[in-house]
Design a protein around this ligand. Structure first.
Ligand code: GLA
Ligand code: ZN
Length: 654
């Protein structure tokens, strides 16, 4: 199993490289990721390339038995590129982005794309067969530091041509978008605007919304543009190299359709920062991000950047507590991580990321964090065959849809409606109950699932409805909620009664809804609803809970419908806390899904190794020790596990 670190040889004097490599070896690192921001050093002037320094460090690493993930450096354009070509993105006010950070180039700029392909080809040609290269990373975190949506003239032109391909005639676009509204009918594809600003004073004014179909197609187009940019590099690399290709994703980030971004890649990797200047992530949030990453390709993934110290850009987040870096490492593995790379090796005393500390400090001295990683590396070396290619035994799936994320961003439903939040609530409740759910696209729904949650699935295609019908007919349990089956693929409201294509499945129909800011009780211990209530009639379903307040008192709040051999639960309102837990427990029981009881603040995950053997990983995210009922023989040292987990402790038992 690969266990390594992100390394920036170009930041240090060559004379230090030897010492760095020595420390890496001692830390048990067997791989480093390099070069993903080194464009300026690799092509200091247009078409003048300097690969000698990279040859040298690759050779040194190779001699030391350390493999390399080679990054294409296109996230950080050198100054000459920006001086010579008009490649910078435009924001929705039409303003040009400034130079000085990174990721500032437009994925539809022909000059940027050409120069990006050239440097990629040069690297692929030179290193495609290099014995040290274990994998390629394309670019770095598409969407980081920038909107994924650019409003430049290149984008406008490309958008027009994408729309012309999609709709064939402008009349068809007008019809499907409903541009008759407010006299917005277009005469030609070239006439179509980008959904930029709609106010006079960009700085302070409110942005008035656009036609929701225009917005939706622009989200799709912008996401596709990055996929195309990525694929272009992947195609070039494959001409010269048979090594696997990845890109480092950003977990919950949703402005790019990660299912599509994963397609041209051999595996997905991602960057996991639990505690930084902006976020103190809950462990549930990190667990879920890992699962989303696994679901992006339905395949184990790598962590390409794992937090190794206090982290922030202009101020620090917290420092990882003793045991936490090891805990985060095993949490990743428990959710399907097959390769672990820490960010970064040596902390940079200069540059924007002075405050993003690495494995060793500015003075180069290994301390607590280094030693914790070293110990983790030792353990992983011994247990690698158990981890690599291991799979979770869960039979519960949470469906995430990027289209529905965008649709609910464009039209929010109501102040406190949050698509990501609903997914998270259902995920976290499942984690608490102990089903350890997977996350993935609706196409991951299969006979292997006992329970599938597809909350707030607003846009549902006929094909997607068929997938769900098949699954339920054959005995599956499906959970749908309010705001499901309300829109069509053009992001318009359905002209038929919701939940549209899901109506037969749910056995209910929507009559009215209430998103007034009131609290409404839900009977039978389901708690209170605060965000949204569908007021529904049952057709073939029966209610298992009703509203306790308001003019719809007594009408169904949660229903169950038998469909074929399975059942569909429709949750007509938002539930939280104990109410949601009760629902998830009920669904777990009804569906027969697997679960493991465990103390609060812990994860207990059953995994099957590639060799067929099974084991249980126990992760204690509490700063106190906890006692579990589980017993077994520790894979770490063969001792009898007595059920006690240390603060931030990890155990793996057979
Ligand atoms: C991101 C990037 C890295 C680095 C880290 C820390 O994840 O991929 O290059 O900037 O954040 O800031
Ligand atoms: Zn652009």
């Amino acid at each position: 199993m690969y266990f390594g670190v992100d390394y920036y040889p170009e930041h240090w004097d060559k004379s230090e490289w030897g010492e760095h490599i020595k420390l890496m070896k001692k830390a048990n690192f067997n791989i480093v990721r390099i070069a993903e921001f080194a464009w300026g050093r690799l092509e200091p002037r247009e078409d003048e390339f300097d690969f000698l320094w990279l040859d040298e460090i690759m050779e040194k690493l190779h001699e030391a038995g350390i493999k390399v993930i080679l990054g294409t450096p296109t996230a950080a354009p050198p100054k000459w590129l920006v001086n010579k070509y008009d490649v910078l993105m435009r924001d929705r006010y039409g303003r040009k982005r400034g130079y000085g950070s990174r990721r500032e180039c437009c994925s539809n700029s022909p000059d940027y794309r050409r120069r990006a392909d050239i440097i990629t080809e040069k690297m692929a040609e030179r290193y495609g067969k290099h014995p040290a290269v274990a994998a390629w990373q394309i670019d770095n975190e598409f969407g980081c530091h920038a909107s994924t949506r650019c409003y430049c003239e290149n984008c406008r032109r490309e958008f027009a041509s994408a729309l012309s391909k999609k709709y064939g005639s402008i009349g068809e676009l007008n019809r499907r978008w409903g541009t008759v509204f407010w006299s917005q009918e277009y005469e030609d594809f070239d006439d179509v605007i980008l959904p930029g600003y709609t106010s006079c004073e960009p700085e302070n004014a409110q942005q008035w919304s656009h036609n929701p179909s225009l917005d939706m197609d622009f989200y799709r187009f912008s996401s596709d543009s990055w996929v195309r940019f990525e694929k272009s590099q992947a195609d070039i690399i494959r001409k010269y190299s048979d090594r696997p290709i990845t890109h480092n994703f950003m977990g919950h980030f949703s402005d790019i359709d990660y299912y599509k971004l994963a397609e041209p890649l051999d595996f997905v990797s991602w960057d996991n920062y639990v505690d930084n200047q902006w976020n103190h992530e809950t462990y549930e949030n990190s667990a879920m991000a890992h699962e989303i990453m696994r679901g992006a390709k339905n395949k184990n993934f790598w962590v390409m950047e794992e937090q190794a110290g206090p982290a922030g850009w202009d101020k620090f987040g917290g420092t990882p507590r003793p045991g936490q870096i090891r805990l985060w490492t095993y949490q990743a593995i428990a959710h399907g991580c097959d390769g672990m790379v820490y960010f970064r090796f040596k902390s940079a005393p200069f540059g924007m990321e002075q405050y993003w500390l690495g494995v060793i400090d500015y003075d180069g001295i290994p301390r607590r964090r280094y030693f914790e990683i070293q110990k983790t590396g030792e353990e992983i070396k011994r247990l690698a065959s158990k981890f690599e290619g291991a799979v979770s035994e869960t039979d519960v799936l949470i469906v995430k849809s990027y289209e529905n994320t965008w649709s609910s961003k464009i039209k929010r439903n109501t102040e406190n409606f949050d698509y990501r939040g609903i997914l998270y609530d259902y995920y976290a409740a499942n984690l608490a109950v102990g089903t350890d759910p997977a996350c993935g696209p609706i196409t991951a729904v299969s006979g292997g699932c006992k329970a599938v949650y597809a909350p707030a699935y607003s846009i549902v295609t006929d094909e997607e409805a068929r997938i769900l019908e098949n699954y339920v007919s054959n005995g599956g349990t499906l959970v749908l909620t309010y705001r499901s089956g309300i829109r069509d693929e053009d992001n318009n409201m359905l002209r038929t009664t919701p939940p549209g294509a899901l109506r037969l499945l749910t056995g209910i129909r929507l009559e009215e809804f209430d998103s007034s800011p009131v609290e409404v009780g839900v009977s039978d211990g389901f708690g209170r609803s605060r965000v949204w209530r569908d007021i529904i009639s049952t057709e073939t379903a029966h209610a298992i809970a009703v509203y306790e307040d308001e003019f719809y008192k007594g009408s169904p709040a949660v229903t169950v419908n038998t469909f074929g051999k399975g059942r569909v639960i429709y949750v007509a309102c938002d539930l939280s806390g104990e109410g949601l837990l009760k629902l998830v427990r009920y669904i777990t029981e009804q569906s027969g899904a697997r679960y493991i009881e465990h103390p609060e603040g812990t994860e207990v995950i059953r995994r099957r190794a590639a060799d067929g053997s099974e084991y249980t990983m126990l992760l204690n995210h509490n700063d106190k020790s906890v006692k579990t009922e589980l017993r077994g023989v520790s894979l770490f040292d063969g001792s009898e596990f007595d059920g006690t987990l240390e603060p931030y402790g990890v155990e793996i038992i057979e």
